[in-house]
Design a protein around this ligand. Structure first.
Ligand code: ADP
Length: 729
């Protein structure tokens, strides 16, 4: 099927043919045949890189041509950015594209001027709660990675969000893109969609197993030379010698780093001169973009042509590693499964070094087939590799047979709604009432009939759990009922507290814990407030390692009075949880007290990416705390949490707040500026450009002065690079 024969605006057809996309791939053709461009809802369950995004693009561009407005929902912020840079290419067609990145309690009305808006499902949920007016104008919804309905953490929000969008704009077209799963017909049935299922891939994929140096793949067996004692390293060497690249999936971050170090020694020996030179400069850039030991290790690995990638890396490092790999400079990345979850980074060969994953409740556990297939599916770069290979490693014949049956030849599992628990539903029951999607108990039950859960099971199965949620919300004065018993006709009304908690996008349980804490607290010290937010279910706390007990316990004993409440040490499980909360609170304290990032990473066994994640969550919860304190009229708590919110955003003491507000100035530079006597914006306005450039470098000092409306010629500022401070965060 030729793109020129499709019912699309002429300029869209020209755009694609100019970029070399002329014929549709078979699954895309099937989607068009099933009504993709005629307003039909479509569920496409097809492998990665088989043109799912393009399928969604065609549908959106058709809709925009008729005056439509499209919402593209993704599960991860990183994916939102990836799609944003892709869709911005349509600006040449006069199409406006926006990405929702603001705070969770903002409306982002300005986004409404766009034709395509990209957002995570949590962000869409929060925009719906804050009643962004343009939501009503959306008539095309794309749900990317919709199989994440199966995820305990993300699934419930995704399904409620889709149900609300359908409720709000009943005629809109829904396109749901899924990995290959066992029961795509369930999603199609739920969304009233036509189903496109296909195993077709633009590049062939062979799945195999390595046993005793012999790779069994497709119908062939291939000898892999045993240059190293590690099978996976031998596979990497084999791929690189064949001019290919590898992705190696590992079970833990520590293993990722360990494997990269090991493989680097071998890969460095087979790099050509061009790559060696380029890698050296990339390695330097990486070393300069962080002040932690991880940055050093990553920089050394990259010099050897390999890298590791996981959520502990800072975003700059992740970006540089991904780019280095796309440019075919980095030959191997060892990664935790984050990369398989959607980033577009294919490689000739995927090696799944471990198919077991640590689960806090069950120990090491085999991963689901669905996860294996997603990792394997990363093999084979379309148009670049002749084929892709994914390899599992067996240590015995029995294991070989076992993984052949349970992974290579297995079908992915069915996915199931995870909506059926009070923890998942509490927040959605509140927002459903606040935003008027339902006013009565019967209305709530009618609304949940629209969910994936109700499609797969029975809405009535949610009866008890919804009743529990409603009781919780009444007991905590977030909603008011017109009757004492909860009857089908009971009518509900949200209170100011309920409305605020829904808009702040926090779990109502977090809201009630924060409000109780503020009411009870005698002092509002830094640790009091930090621990308060860490005691809520919205903060995922650090685990206690055995080496942590002494320090954290000692801190608790010395600062007992500063905690609003604490369990008795004899209640072992509760006390252990409490210590984990305190440990996380101490991490946040170190962050705002300007402890260097590397020291924080070492002390808590985390990476820079984790500091960012903890501080972002803390900023959001501290913001909620300041709003809730305002509602309770406890001004001391409100002031304190406002100040902490700012300090958490940048990881600084209060005196740096104004300096850090300047663009290009992070916590390290701000401290250096302050210590050199520039204590305020007024001091900076009077600064001698030459002196300032000695502290932060000429470019940055020019940037600072420009923001203060002072123009300086860069050539006039003489500075030595060695005098400048690197800014890692
Ligand atoms: P997915 O979203 O399934 O991972 P994409 O839509 O991103 O896949 O497509 C993967 C790559 O294939 C992209 O570079 C895209 O431009 C290209 N592509 C998609 N459809 C076609 C087509 N019909 N012809 C040629 N290239 C295509």
């Amino acid at each position: 099927m030729n793109i020129n024969n499709l019912n699309l605006p002429e300029k869209v057809k020209k755009y694609y043919t100019d970029t070399g996309i002329v014929d549709l791939y078979p699954p895309q053709r099937e989607a068009v045949d099933k009504g993709l461009l005629d307003g039909e809802n479509i569920v496409a369950a097809i492998p990665t890189a088989s043109g799912k995004t393009l399928l969604a693009e065609l549908c959106m561009l058709k809709s925009i041509g008729m005056g439509g407005k499209c919402l593209y929902i993704v599960p991860l912020k990183a994916l939102a950015s990836e799609k944003y840079s892709r869709f911005r290419e349509f600006e040449s067609l006069g199409i406006k594209v926006g990405i929702a990145t603001g705070d969770l309690d903002s409306r982002e009305e300005w986004l409404g001027k766009n034709d395509i808006i990209i957002a995570t499902s949590e962000k869409v949920d929060s925009l719906l709660r804050n009643e962004s007016s343009w939501m009503k104008e959306i008539n095309t919804v794309v749900a990317d990675e919709v199989h994440l309905l199966n995820s305990v953490n993300r699934g419930p929000t995704l399904e409620i969000t889709l149900a609300k969008l359908i409720h709000l704009n009943p005629g809109s077209q829904i396109i749901a893109l899924s990995a290959t799963i066992g029961n795509p017909e369930d999603i199609a049935g739920w969304l009233g969609a036509r189903l496109v299922v296909s195993e077709w891939r633009p590049t062939d994929l062979y799945e195999g197993i390595l046993l005793d140096g012999l790779l069994h793949i497709g119908n062939i067996k291939k000898d892999i030379q045993d240059e190293s004692r590690d099978d996976a390293v031998n596979l990497v060497i084999d791929t690189v010698k064949d001019k290919g690249q590898c992705l190696v999936f590992e079970s833990s971050r520590r293993n990722c780093m360990g494997f990269a170090k090991k493989a680097g020694k071998w890969v460095s020996k087979i790099l050509d001169e061009h790559d060696t030179i380029q890698l050296k400069s990339l390695s330097q850039e990486i070393g300069e973009a962080g002040e932690t030991e991880i940055a050093d290790v990553l920089s050394r690995c990259v010099r050897q042509g390999v890298a590791f990638h996981h959520a502990g890396l800072n975003s700059e490092h992740r970006r540089m590693v991904e780019e280095g790999f796309r440019k075919n400079l980095i030959k191997m990345i060892s990664s935790t499964p984050t990369l398989a979850a959607g980033l577009n980074l294919p490689a000739r060969r995927v090696i799944i070094r471990s198919y077991k994953r640590y689960d806090p409740n069950f120990g090491m556990k085999p991963i689901p087939v669905l996860e294996y297939k997603q990792m394997a599916g990363r093999a084979g770069r379309p148009h670049l590799d002749p084929y892709g290979e994914s390899v599992l490693i067996a240590r015995s014949y029995d294991e070989f047979m076992d993984i052949m049956e349970n992974y290579v030849n297995a079908d992915p599992e069915d996915i199931w709604s995870k909506l059926g628990t009070e923890n998942a539903l509490r927040t959605h029951v509140l927002s459903t009432i606040v935003n008027g999607f339902a006013y009565t108990y019967r209305g709530l039950m009618d609304f949940v009939k629209m969910t994936f859960f109700a499609y797969q099971k029975e809405a009535s199965d949610l009866h008890d759990v919804i009743e529990e949620c409603v009781r919780f919300l009444i007991d905590n004065e977030m909603i008011i009922s017109d009757s004492n018993d909860i009857l089908p006709e009971s009518a509900f009304r949200s209170t100011a507290t309920g409305k605020l908690i829904s808009m702040l996008y926090i779990d109502p349980l977090s809201g009630s814990l924060i409000m109780d804490g503020i009411r009870k607290a005698d002092y509002f010290e830094d640790i009091t407030m930090m621990h308060l937010i860490c005691s809520t279910p919205d903060m995922k706390n650090l685990y206690m390692r055995s080496s942590d007990y002494e320090n954290v316990n000692m801190y608790v004993l010395q600062n007992k009075d500063k905690f609003i409440s604490m369990p008795s040490p004899f209640k072992m499980i509760e006390y252990e949880w409490f210590l984990g909360e305190v440990k996380t609170a101490l991490l946040l304290l170190d962050w705002i007290n300007e402890v260097p990032a590397d020291d924080i990473c070492k002390k808590y066994g985390i990476g820079e990416g984790d500091i960012r994640m903890f501080s972002e969550t803390a900023v959001w919860l501290m913001h909620a705390t300041s709003r809730l304190s305002g509602l309770l009229k406890v001004s001391e708590a409100s002031e304190k949490s406002k100040e902490l919110e700012k300090r958490l955003s940048y990881g600084i003491n209060s005196e740096l707040v104004n300096i850090v507000a300047l663009k290009g100035i992070g916590r390290v530079r701000a401290r250096k500026i302050y210590e050199n006597g520039y204590r305020s914006i007024d001091d900076l306005k009077k600064a001698d450009p030459l002196k300032l450039s000695k502290i932060v470098g000429s470019k940055i000092s020019q940037k600072i002065l420009k923001q203060l409306d002072i123009d300086v010629d860069i050539s006039e500022i003489k500075e030595k690079d060695s005098d400048t401070v690197p800014e890692p965060e």
